[in-house]
Design a protein around this ligand. Structure first.
Ligand code: EPZ
Length: 425
């Protein structure tokens, strides 16, 4: 982790202008993993330049895939010569999302080995639903110390699988494992996120037979093999939400380009409810967000899609700190996703928490402080708080931010923010 860089922000400038959203991190990662299933060349467009994407590409290369950039955000992958089914432990340590390569390895090679993905700052992040799905397809999973092996001595067979929780990763892993299984698999209580739909659309281009992605019931008819495809990653709805929220926090006027409004309906609805102006130009994938006054308070409960996204909770809490009145947040998806509270309170916010509930009393203005990014979205929230705070804010541990936001400071600078990346001793 590069601890030697920080972001220095001088707040108070309204953000104005245009920002173009990159491809979705949480779609690019499972789609890159799905390339393991393909026996012919794959081209992916709109692959975001992110640390997490670099790690997933390293995982594919370790497995034997040939991966090369043929343009700034276009990647060519050839997985015809994969020569191992073991995901490198050190890469799993770096990014637990690498676990989503297990389903494709199991499906194509009938075995997959890796290190158990540990928890992270926001929660224990268990994988029981992933393993339950693999077992339902006929695989055996063994977990000893921290190594996981998932194998089957024959074929995988389609089955009915019910997910106790609509887990995004488990839905993706099981859907990919089922693509080459014998027979039909039904996933009940499946996750409905747009990234699930994007993955299913990519797999279908490779020849998979998938119905119902985006609903609670996904049906996969196993096929003999999957070939190549070309696919453009959908825009990152959480990145878009972050810039929309930053625009209103700074009482600015920002046009967001390359955004699908239907993917962030809860954010749009809440911002309008709080008094911001949000204009959607759906046929052009453009949303314009502005306000010249403080916003009204609101209450938010994070839920699986299509509910309010947990990945926008920290950023929305930062906005609430400078709204009128008292706002409330209930975080229902992860068990420890309030670490940004202490950092925001260092900037003069008035946030109290009890369990998975937070109460935010709006203050006139935040003040700059030295704060620490504790996870990816908390880091973005602190930068956004710095953009509106009085004085200078220094955000450290920004490697968290670099995992999921491409050129955050460059995009904010283009909108008029006084923000720079500084090397520290
Ligand atoms: C994906 O994580 C995203 N990451 C997360 O984004 C996002 O917050 C999350 O979905 C929810 O939308 C990627 O796509 C790479 P889950 P994932 O499985 O798949 C419990 C970001 O900031 N659960 O839907 O790990 C789990 O403990 C990141 O971009 C089990 O109990 O999320 C959690 O409480 C953060 N058993 C809940 O489900 C399991 O086997 C949601 O987890 C799996 C999950």
């Amino acid at each position: 982790m590069d601890n030697k860089e920080i972001l220095v922000i001088n707040g108070g400038k309204p953000l104005e202008g245009e920002v173009c959203i990159s491809g979705a991190k949480n779609s690019a990662l499972p789609i890159l993993a799905a390339c393991v299933l393909g026996t012919e060349e794959i081209i992916l467009d709109a692959v975001p330049k992110l640390k997490d994407v670099e790690i997933m590409i390293d995982v594919l290369r370790h497995l034997g895939s040939k991966v090369e950039y043929i343009d700034e955000e276009t990647v060519r992958i050839d997985s015809s010569n994969i020569n191992t089914c073991e995901t490198p432990f050190e890469l799993m340590d770096k990014m637990r999302a690498s676990f989503v390569v297990m389903g494709p390895l199991l499906s194509r090679f009938k075995k997959a080995y890796t290190k158990a993905p540990g928890g992270c700052n926001i929660g224990a992040r268990p994988i029981d639903l992933h393993l339950k799905g693999f077992q339902a397809l006929g695989a055996e999973s063994m977990v000893n110390d921290d190594e996981i092996s998932i194998t089957t001595n024959g074929e995988l067979f389609g089955n009915e699988i019910y997910l106790d929780f609509p887990s995004v990763g488990a839905t993706q892993n099981i859907m990919m494992a089922a693509t080459l299984a014998k027979g039909e698999t039904t996933i009940e209580n499946a996750a409905k996120e747009p990234e699930i739909v994007d993955l299913a659309s990519f797999l279908s281009k490779m020849g998979a037979k998938i119905k119902g992605a985006g609903t609670s019931t996904i049906v996969i008819e196993g096929v003999e093999k999957l070939t190549g495809a070309r696919h453009t990653i959908i825009p990152d709805r959480i990145e878009a939400a972050s810039y929309m929220i930053a625009a209103v926090m700074t009482k600015g006027d920002v046009t967001i380009k390359n955004v699908i409004g239907s993917h962030i309906r809860p954010i749009i609805a809440k911002l309008i409810e709080m008094g911001a102006s949000v204009e959607e130009y759906e046929d052009e994938d453009i949303i314009r967000v502005s306000t010249n006054h403080r916003l009204k308070p609101t209450n938010v409960q994070t839920l699986p899609y299509p509910g309010f996204p947990t990945d926008a909770q920290a950023q929305f809490m930062a906005l609430m700190t400078v709204c009128d009145g008292e706002s409330r947040i209930q975080e229902t998806v992860f068990e420890n996703r309030f670490m940004h509270v202490e950092q925001l309170n260092k900037m003069g916010a008035a946030i109290a928490t009890s369990g998975n509930r937070a109460t935010v009393v709006g203050v006139d203005r935040l003040h700059g402080a030295s704060v620490k990014a504790t996870d990816l979205r908390a880091g973005a929230a602190l930068v956004m708080a710095g953009l509106t705070a009085k004085g200078e804010t220094r955000v450290s541990d920004i490697y968290h931010i670099d995992r999921g936001y491409s050129d955050l400071e460059g995009k904010f600078r283009k909108l008029g923010a006084d923000i720079k990346r500084v090397k520290v001793k």
